[in-house]
Design a protein around this ligand. Structure first.
Ligand code: F3S
Length: 80
């Protein structure tokens, strides 16, 4: 399984990820992205059919704020 989380410290609210993967990323009141699946904890496996969208979002993020990992992030946006 794959997991994803947004580093909200480096996200600049550019808004690309929600366009690429609307079922995975949404924005808070300030436009900062978070993962819908698990309230940005990075603990819920990404559904297979959404993986392509996630890859797309990662490629499109100008600040590399979207992390992808093989193990749960447990709320900490550092790739292991
Ligand atoms: Fe932020 Fe990157 Fe999305 S800057 S809004 S995480 S594309």
């Amino acid at each position: 399984a794959k997991y994803t989380i947004v580093d909200k410290e480096t996200c600049i609210a550019c808004g690309a990820c929600g366009a690429s993967a609307p079922d995975v990323y949404d924005y808070d009141d300030e436009g900062i992205s978070f993962v819908i699946l698990d309230n940005n904890q990075g603990i819920e496996p990404i559904p297979e059919d959404l993986l392509f969208d996630v890859e797309d979002a990662i490629d499109g993020c100008p600040t590399d704020s979207i992390k992808l990992g093989d193990t749960p992030f447990k709320g900490v946006p550092v790739e292991s």
